[in-house]
Design a protein around this ligand. Structure first.
Ligand code: SF4
Length: 296
C-alpha cells in the first residue's frame, strides 16, 4: 500500500478483511493501533481500516496528521449505545468514582471520562487508579471480567452495554464446538458473557490470543472472537488449526472496509475525521492517561 501511496500509512484492526490486513502497513488490536498512531506514523495521511472510534482515536493521538476513515458508516454497535449524558448521569450518582471508558466509545464519551482502557489493559488500568469505585463503560461483560480480577467496586454503565457480536456467542455453542474437536483448547474474548468465559481455557484480548497461540502446545484451538483474527492466528502459529467457536462471530461493520473503499478514500483524500474542541482535548487526555498507565 505505501509503495503506491508514499504519503499514506494504512492501519488495520485485527477484525478487518484478510486482504485489507495484507495491504496494511500495520495490523493490530485497539491498544497497538493507538500506540502506532501516536508513535510510528510519519506520513501526512493516516488511513484507519476499522470502525469509527478507531479512526477517532488515531485522530486524537495524532493531531498533526490528516486521518481518513474510508467508510463513515462502519460504526461500532457497542459504542453507539452510550451517550455522554449517560456517563454524566452516572457520575452524579457516584461522585467519588473514576470513569473508565473502554476505547469502544465515541470521542464525546471519552471527553467525560477519566481514563480509557482496551481489553488488553483493562484490569491493569482499573487496578492502577486511586479511586475505590470505578464506573466502567460501556461493556458489561468486560466490566464483569475486570471486577473478578480487582478488589475495586466496578459498576458497569449502562446496565446492558455489550458487543452484539461477542455477546451472542453462547456457552452451548462453545460446548458443541468442543464436542466436534475433542482435545481442542478454547480461547475467548472478555467481551463474551461470563457463562462463555467459564467454558474457556484462556481469556484474552486479540493480541493476548495471538501471543497465547504461539506459546500453546495445543494443535487445535477454538476461537471465541470475531473471525477476522483467524488468518492472523494461522500466520502467527503455522501448523495449528483454528476453529471459530461459532460461524456467526462476524462484525459486519468491520467488514464494510474493503480495498476498493480504501483506494477510493485515498484518491479523494477523505472522508477526513475531525473532532471539535474542547471534546478533542478532553478525550485525548483520557487516552494519553491510558497510554501512560499501561506503559509498564
Ligand atoms: S466486534 Fe463488537 S465491539 Fe468490535 S467493532 Fe464490532 S460491534 Fe464493536
Amino acid at each position: 500500500m505505501t509503495t503506491h501511496h508514499p504519503d499514506v500509512t494504512l492501519l488495520a484492526h485485527n477484525y478487518v478483511r484478510p486482504d485489507v490486513q495484507a495491504a496494511a502497513d500495520f495490523v493490530g488490536d485497539s491498544l497497538e493501533l493507538a500506540r502506532l498512531a501516536r508513535d510510528r506514523v510519519d506520513t501526512p495521511y493516516l488511513v484507519v481500516a476499522g470502525v469509527d472510534f478507531m479512526a477517532e482515536t488515531a485522530c486524537l493521538l495524532n493531531p498533526t496528521k490528516t486521518v481518513i476513515h474510508p467508510e463513515p458508516f462502519s460504526r461500532c454497535a457497542m459504542a453507539l449505545r452510550l451517550t455522554p449524558e449517560d456517563v454524566l448521569a452516572a457520575r452524579k450518582r457516584y461522585p467519588d468514582a473514576a470513569v473508565v471508558a473502554y476505547v469502544n466509545t465515541s470521542a464525546e464519551v471519552k471527553a467525560v471520562s477519566d481514563v480509557c482502557c482496551t481489553s488488553a489493559n483493562a484490569v491493569d488500568i482499573v487496578n492502577a487508579l486511586e479511586e475505590e469505585t470505578v464506573l466502567f463503560v460501556p461493556d458489561r461483560n468486560l466490566a464483569l471480567y475486570v471486577a473478578a480480577r480487582s478488589d475495586k467496586r466496578v459498576i458497569h454503565v449502562p446496565a446492558n452495554g455489550c458487543c452484539p457480536v461477542h455477546h451472542a456467542l453462547t456457552a452451548e455453542q462453545v460446548r458443541e464446538t468442543r464436542r466436534s474437536y475433542p482435545g481442542a483448547e478454547v480461547m475467548v474474548h472478555p467481551e463474551t458473557t461470563p457463562e462463555v468465559q467459564a467454558e474457556a481455557d484462556f481469556i484474552g484480548s486479540t493480541s493476548g490470543m495471538l501471543k497465547h497461540a504461539v506459546q500453546s502446545t495445543s494443535r487445535t484451538m477454538i476461537v471465541g472472537t470475531e473471525i477476522g483474527l483467524i488468518p492472523l492466528l494461522e500466520k502467527a502459529a503455522p501448523g495449528r488449526r483454528f476453529i471459530p467457536a461459532s460461524p456467526y462471530l462476524v462484525c459486519t461493520d468491520m467488514k464494510m472496509i474493503t480495498l476498493d473503499v480504501i483506494e477510493e478514500a485515498i484518491e479523494r483524500k477523505g472522508p477526513i475525521v475531525t473532532i471539535p474542541e474542547p471534546i478533542a482535548s478532553r478525550a485525548r487526555n483520557a487516552l494519553e492517561r491510558m497510554l501512560t498507565l499501561s506503559r509498564g
